[in-house]
Design a protein around this ligand. Structure first.
Ligand SMILES: O=P(O)(O)OC[C@H]1O[C@](O)(CO)[C@@H](O)[C@@H]1O
Length: 554
């Protein structure tokens, strides 16, 4: 049980009750009218920090809404919770662990004592080990079994041991200068294995087995397959240490796999997988962009940590985003949330946010085990603009569900082509504008009239042309995507998710739900492969096992 959330049930808080009444009074609120009536709306509802600019004026809010939402965060104990997390209290109550991914971005000279131990020694020791290996690979001191330079790195990992590193190494591709290409092997699927290894040269490829537990089936199977591939293609057992390294908190399992002691990078139980890109799990990132850029990434995240810890709640970027999310989710029945990055290099952002948000807050009991009486984590989805505009934005504009969205857009492109960036930025803005203002019946009719349509035709077509508008969004703009701003951006959403977890009273740092599937996976596997096995518990599973075996028998 956490010791900061004094109420346990958020619905009992005064601010929650006031928000329920306030929601009633907002039934007829029109954002379009609000912008017309208040020329200062943009200034009043926008905020800069850590190189990011948040425009949250296109929301279904007034000044009163904001103060009630901030009160909710305050009454839920967000400030105390943040301090508890940063100082190493065991806020992951179901696993009895502190939650200290923020320690990974703390600069040198700021000790952090937990259970009598200065964790910063471990953190900076791991960073030094990363620096050493990255510099040896980049300077060609570390070579493959027949002394060829390492050109390709395959990260074997899944979930948090994959999504964050993939996002960052690809988002920061313009900073890749050392001739090392990163590849990611996650799924237990021969198609993916074949695709990743197809063009690799065994002599110049390094494999990183990235697994906090070193017990994840997909990763271990892929690691074995990569090892067999390495040996089959001419690699030697003797020089295997030049091609395989591991990042894990399970040192013994990595040793048993055959990884050399010096090639094992540490992880700790106080870092959740989905928050681990800042640790040695980020090794592929450092190999792609260099250790100096990796440290810049950490310093961007650290800047956001300080912002989150020190800024008043009213001007606190993660708190505002979190409270707005709660406003729509719990008071406007918005069951999903869209992320729409307008930048090709951020194409993997949504995948990372999906794990970060849904694995963290996809919970339905509070810290004390009691069931929540309200909904928690929303469905997270989205993808890069403009592609989404020609696919699912239709539903955002005219569909029945209310889906709040965050637009994320840099001003400067790393690869300017003609006036593409101007168009990209313009598309981003026009989407949020269209969502906000919509097109009313009179406008739709006037448009059709201007085209010379008969009144019968206007009557028939106008309903299809009406766009309700009043659909909320935030825009997070940044000057350019670089290691610092990306670090701040990712940390912004980490803290947003944390704040929402605090408000809902759930433990954002365990993931017991994924365990059952893993357990059942073993029993289904043994029934698939052993003909004498007991039948499955249910006829559906057994029927599908028979379907598989029918095909494989012949
Ligand atoms: O790094 P590991 O231990 O292989 O775990 C991978 C992923 O699996 C999960 O435990 C979910 O199954 C994630 O939380 C984690 O990021």
């Amino acid at each position: 049980m956490n010791n900061y959330n004094k109420t346990n049930d958020v619905t009992a808080l005064p601010a929650w009750r006031k928000l329920l009444d306030h929601r009633e009074s907002m039934k007829n609120f029109s954002m379009r009218d609000a912008f017309r009536d208040d020329s200062k709306r943009f200034q009043d509802f926008s905020l800069a920090g850590c190189g990011l600019f948040l425009d949250y004026s296109k929301n279904l809010i007034t000044h009163e809404t904001r103060s009630l939402l901030v009160n909710l965060a305050r009454e839920a104990g967000v400030e105390q919770a943040a301090h508890a997390m940063f100082s190493g209290e065991k806020i992951n109550c179901s696993e009895g662990r502190p939650v200290l991914h923020t320690a990974l971005r703390r600069p040198v000279g700021e000790p952090l004592m937990v259970d009598g131990r200065n964790l910063m020694r471990d953190v900076h020791g791991a960073l030094a080990q990363m620096t050493d290996v990255v510099s040896r690979i980049h300077s060609h001191l570390w070579r493959g079994y027949n002394d060829k330079v390492i050109t390709d790195v395959v990260n074997i990992g899944i979930g948090g041991s994959f999504l964050g590193p993939e996002l960052v190494s690809e988002a920061l591709a313009p900073f890749a200068r050392h001739g090392v290409r990163c590849h990611y092997l996650a799924n237990i699927d021969g198609n993916e294995f074949r695709e990743v290894t197809a063009d690799l040269n065994v002599e110049t490829t390094l494999f990183i087995i990235s697994s906090k537990t070193f017990g994840t089936l997909e990763t271990l199977k892929n690691a074995q397959a990569c090892r067999s591939w390495y040996l089959a293609k001419g690699g030697t057992e003797e020089k295997l240490y030049r091609h395989f390294i591991a990042v894990t908190s399970n040192r013994q399992a990595a040793l048993d796999f055959g990884i050399r002691e010096a090639n094992i990078f540490p992880m700790w139980d106080w870092v959740g997988g989905r928050y681990s890109l800042w640790s040695a799990i980020g090794l592929p990132i450092a190999l792609a962009i260099g250790i100096a850029n990796f440290k810049e990434l950490l310093s961007g995240a650290y800047a956001m940590d300080q912002h989150f810890l020190n800024e008043p709640l009213e001007q606190n970027l993660p708190v505002l985003l979190a409270a707005l999310g709660v406003w729509y989710h719990n008071f406007w029945d918005a069951q999903s949330y869209a992320f729409l990055p307008y930048d090709h290099n951020l194409r993997n952002f949504v995948k990372h946010l999906q794990q970060m948000d849904m694995e963290s807050n996809g919970k339905s009991v509070r810290h004390d085990g009691s069931s929540v009486s309200y909904t928690t984590g929303p469905v997270i989805w989205g993808g890069v603009g403009c592609n989404g505009q020609h696919a699912y934005h239709q539903l955002l504009h005219q569909g029945t569900p209310l889906i709040p969205a965050d637009f994320i857009v840099p001003v400067v492109s790393h690869n300017p082509v003609a006036d593409h960036q101007e168009w990209l930025y313009a598309n981003c803005l026009s989407q949020s504008q269209a969502l906000m203002r919509g097109k009313n019946r009179a406008e739709a009719e006037a448009e059709l009239r201007a085209k010379g349509l008969s009144s019968n035709e206007i009557e028939r077509l106008a309903p299809h042309k009406v766009i309700p508008g009043n659909r909320p969004s935030n825009t997070v703009a940044l000057e350019i995507i670089n290691p610092h701003s990306l670090g701040a951006l990712i940390a912004l959403y980490e803290h947003k998710v944390f704040v929402q977890g605090v408000i809902w009273g759930v433990n954002s740092f365990d993931q017991w739900g994924v365990e059952l599937g893993k357990e059942l996976g073993n029993s289904v596997y043994s029934r698939l492969t052993r003909y004498d096995a007991e039948p499955a518990d249910d006829s559906s599973t057994q029927g599908l096992i028979d379907f598989f075996r029918g095909r494989h028998r012949g």
